[in-house]
Design a protein around this ligand. Structure first.
Ligand SMILES: Nc1ncnc2c1ncn2[C@@H]1O[C@H](COP(=O)(O)OP(=O)(O)OP(=O)(O)O)[C@@H](O)[C@H]1O
Ligand SMILES: [Mg+2]
Length: 390
C-alpha cells in the first residue's frame, strides 16, 4: 500500500498514532500536575528502559500534557554535550517569552529577571531580552557560578511565578544517564529542595537502566526521593493494540494470524512493532494485511533493523569490543557474568575492565548488578550472532 499513507512511525522519538501501555505513567503525571496546582507535593519520576522501548515519546507526551495546562516547561535531551545550565536556559526561553508582558505580576517579572541572571554565564548563547522593563523587579542572583545554588534559586523563582499564573513548572530530561556527575548531583539536589520547600515543580527523567544507580551515586537519598518505573516491552494485548491502532486509523485491518505473527517477532518492543508494521503496510497490496504480506515484509523489516538500529551501534565498537559483545551474545539477551566472559575470551577480568567501561560509556551495555553486564539494545544478541568479527 501507499507509503504516503503509511501510519506506522519507526524511528527515534517519532510519536506513534497509538501510544499504548503507558497509562500508569501518564495518570501518575496528571495526578502530579493536579496535586501541585492544589498546593500539594508530588514525587519526581525516573523512568528507565532499553533502547527503543518508548522513553522519548512518553516524555514528549508528558511535556505536551503540562503545556496543555499552561505550565512553564523545559524539555531537555542530555546528550548534546552542553551543560544543564545552558540547556535549561534555552529550553525555558520560549515559555518565558509567552509570559513576558508589561502587565505581568510581580513574581513573573522577578522570575524573568532571575532568568536573565541564570543565563548570563552561558557564554555562547545570545543574551536574553524580554523587551519589557525589569528595572523594578527584584529577581535573584542565579549566576554565582555554583550551579546547584543557581539552579535552585532560578527554579524557586519560576515556581513562584507559575503560582501567580495558576500553573506550575515542569522539568523533563531525556537521556538523563548522560548528565555529567555535577549536573546530576545538582538535579537531585533540586528535587530534594522542591520536596522540602513545596515548590510547584514536577520533574520527570528518562534514561537507560543505569539511571537509578547513577542517581543514587550522585546523592544517596535519590533512592527514596524518586518514583522509579521501568518502561519495558509491551504485553501481548498492548502490542496488538500498538500494531492494529495505526492501521485502523486508516480503515485498514489485519488478519488475526498476521497480527499474531508480527507481535511474536517484535517481542513486545515498540520500536520493532513500528518497523514491522511499516514494512507490512508497504508490502500489502490491499487490506486486510495477511500472513503472506507479513512473510514478504519480514525480510524488509529485518534489513531495516539490521541496517539502522543494530548496525549503527555495532559499527561504533572496535574489533576487541566486538569480540566482547560476541562473548556476551552467547547468553542471548543476558545478563552475562563478567567472570564467565573472561573465561570465554581466555583473558582476565581486570584486563577486560577498561574495555567493558568503554562499552558502557558508548551506551551499548550496562551493569544490572555487580559482576554482570547486559545489552541496552533488545534482541541485539541475535544480530551479533550473524556478524563476522576478524
Ligand atoms: N507506547 C508505545 N506504543 C506504540 N509505539 C511506541 C510506543 N512507545 C514508542 N513507540 C515507538 O517506538 C519507537 C521508539 O520510541 P522512542 O524513540 O521513544 O524510544 P526510546 O526508548 O526513547 O529509545 P532510545 O533509547 O533509543 O532513545 C518509535 O518508533 C515510537 O513511535
Ligand atoms: Mg529516546
Amino acid at each position: 500500500m501507499d507509503s504516503r499513507t503509511n501510519p506506522y512511525s519507526p524511528g527515534a522519538g517519532r510519536i506513534p498514532v497509538s501510544l499504548v501501555g503507558r497509562d500508569e505513567q501518564i495518570d501518575e503525571w496528571m495526578a502530579s500536575l493536579q496535586r501541585i496546582e492544589d498546593g500539594l507535593d508530588s514525587r519526581p519520576m525516573a523512568l528507565y528502559g532499553l533502547r527503543g522501548a518508548g522513553k522519548t515519546v512518553l516524555l514528549m507526551k508528558l511535556n505536551d500534557l503540562a503545556l496543555h495546562n499552561d505550565w512553564i516547561t523545559a524539555f531537555v535531551e542530555a546528550t548534546s554535550g552542553k551543560s544543564l545550565r545552558e540547556q535549561l536556559s534555552s529550553a525555558f526561553e520560549s515559555r518565558l517569552y509567552d509570559i513576558a508582558k508589561p502587565s505581568a505580576g510581580q513574581k513573573v517579572l522577578n522570575a524573568l529577571k532571575t532568568a536573565l541572571s541564570f543565563s548570563a554565564t552561558v557564554s555562547e548563547a545570545p543574551a536574553l531580552t524580554f523587551g519589557i522593563d525589569l528595572s523594578k523587579a527584584s529577581g535573584s542572583n542565579a549566576s554565582t557560578g555554583s550551579f546547584s545554588g543557581d539552579l535552585e534559586r532560578y527554579v524557586r523563582d519560576l515556581s513562584d511565578a507559575s503560582g501567580e499564573l495558576g500553573a506550575g513548572v515542569a522539568i523533563l530530561i531525556d537521556e538523563a544517564q548522560d548528565l555529567s556527575g555535577g549536573d546530576m548531583a545538582a538535579l537531585v539536589g533540586l528535587a530534594q529542595a522542591v520536596a522540602v520547600r513545596r515548590m510547584r515543580v514536577a520533574i520527570a527523567l528518562t534514561g537507560l537502566p543505569t539511571l537509578p544507580r547513577l542517581l543514587a551515586e550522585a546523592k544517596s537519598y535519590a533512592e527514596r526521593l524518586f518514583a522509579y518505573q521501568e518502561i519495558g516491552n509491551l504485553g501481548t494485548p498492548e502490542a496488538l493494540e500498538a500494531l492494529l491502532g495505526p492501521a485502523q486509523s486508516r480503515g485498514v485491518s489485519w488478519t488475526d494470524a498476521a497480527a499474531a505473527r508480527v507481535v511474536r517477532a517484535a517481542d513486545g518492543y515498540p520500536y520493532f512493532l513500528q518497523e514491522y508494521g511499516s514494512a507490512c503496510w508497504l508490502q500489502a497490496d490491499e487490506p486486510p494485511i495477511g500472513v503472506s504480506d507479513v512473510r514478504k515484509a519480514e525480510g524488509l523489516a529485518g534489513q531495516r533493523l539490521d541496517a539502522g538500529f543494530f548496525r549503527s551501534r555495532w559499527e561504533r565498537a572496535t574489533e576487541a569490543e566486538k569480540r566482547y559483545l560476541q562473548a556476551m551474545a552467547e547468553d542471548e539477551d543476558g545478563p552475562s557474568r563478567t567472570a564467565e566472559l573472561a573465561a570465554r575470551l581466555r583473558s582476565s577480568q581486570s584486563s577486560l575492565s577498561s574495555l567493558r567501561s568503554r562499552l558502557i560509556q558508548k551506551g551499548m551495555i550496562y551493569a544490572p548488578e555487580a559482576g554482570a553486564v547486559t545489552f541496552t539494545v533488545p534482541l541485539f544478541a541475535r544480530f551479533i550472532k550473524r556478524q563476522v568479527v576478524q
